[in-house]
Design a binder for this molecule. Structure first.
Ligand code: BEZ
Length: 287
């Protein structure tokens, strides 16, 4: 019989662990900052800002930046850098046509219900505003994902109920952005083999908590040790460095304004899916 994971509270982020095992996430964020091409004085929303290290860089470039993240622990770390950072569910963004750009690095693939998230991004942007980001794309960290899923299945847990990530293809992401009223300037999917700062166990401890959560506490260390052992030989290079098989989805899109929207706005079927049958968000095209 296959056990389904009971849904529980979301895993807590540990900013200290993150800083040790995942500093490369913000260190490798420069190309997406370059794609954003932030201008001094622009008001920018950093969606899934995490511990705020990259957000701080944007602030230091003279942007008026707000960071949001669902993790209170990460937001506390971001605030300690002097940032305007707020705990917020990406599915329920509260902003209305106030940002020149929405930026997101290494966060979008964690966000449940991408249609609701993109609808909120669109609302947050001024007409013509940019949505520029990078996240995991189709095939991302496949070696870890397969090992985690195999180890869970061996313990009779259905992995589909615990995998927190959605790694979209370029076509899927483009279609989703267009359906929500964006003109897509670029979407690319590319491999970015990523050296880890230490053993694979550090990566698993930092990022794979959702896969561990359904297990009894006593089984968790053994589970992670099994998964780590099963990926080491595939990921270790000749110098003994572990190289994770990251695949990035990098994109830049622009919110259509009234004048170039041709009266369309977000596609109606998407609006219905976003709103659900009982709650009509909008009845006429908007700018
Ligand atoms: C990523 O940035 O692609 C990623 C980070 C942690 C877990 C999975 C994917």
């Amino acid at each position: 019989m296959t056990r389904r994971a009971a849904s529980g509270p979301e895993a807590k982020w540990n900013p200290g662990l993150y800083s040790t095992n995942a500093r490369f996430v913000s260190d490798l964020g420069q190309p997406v900052v370059d794609l954003l091409a932030p201008q001094r004085g622009e008001r920018i929303l950093d969606l899934g800002c995490g511990d705020g290290v990259l957000t701080r860089k944007l602030a230091d470039l003279g942007c008026d930046i707000v960071g949001v993240d669902s993790s209170a622990e990460m937001i506390a770390a971001a605030r300690s850098l002097g940032l305007d950072a707020r705990v917020m569910d990406a599915r329920a963004l509260v902003f209305d046509a106030e940002f020149d750009a929405v930026f997101s690095n290494a966060a979008f693939h964690w966000m449940k219900d991408p249609d609701r998230v993109i609808a909120g991004v669109r609302r947050a942007l001024k007409p013509g505003g940019r949505f520029v980001g990078e996240c995991g794309g189709l095939g991302n960290v496949r070696t870890f994902v397969q090992a985690l899923e195999t180890a869970l299945a061996r313990r009779s847990i259905d992995p589909s109920t615990v995998n927190p990530w959605h790694f979209a293809s370029a076509d899927e992401h483009r279609a989703r952005l267009e359906a929500h009223g964006f003109d897509v300037m670029s979407v690319e999917l590319f491999e970015r083999p990523t050296p880890l700062p230490g053993d694979v166990a550090g990566w698993l401890e930092t990022f794979a908590q959702s896969f561990v959560a359904p297990l009894p506490a006593a089984e968790r260390p053994g589970f992670l040790a099994d998964v780590a052992a099963s990926v080491r030989s595939s990921l270790r290079n000749a110098d003994g460095v572990y190289i994770a098989d990251y695949v990035r989805l990098r994109f830049a899109a622009r919110r259509r304004g009234q004048e170039d929207d041709h009266g369309r706005g977000p596609r109606d079927d998407v609006t219905r899916r976003v709103a659900g049958p009982a709650r009509l968000i909008r009845t006429a095209p908007e700018g």
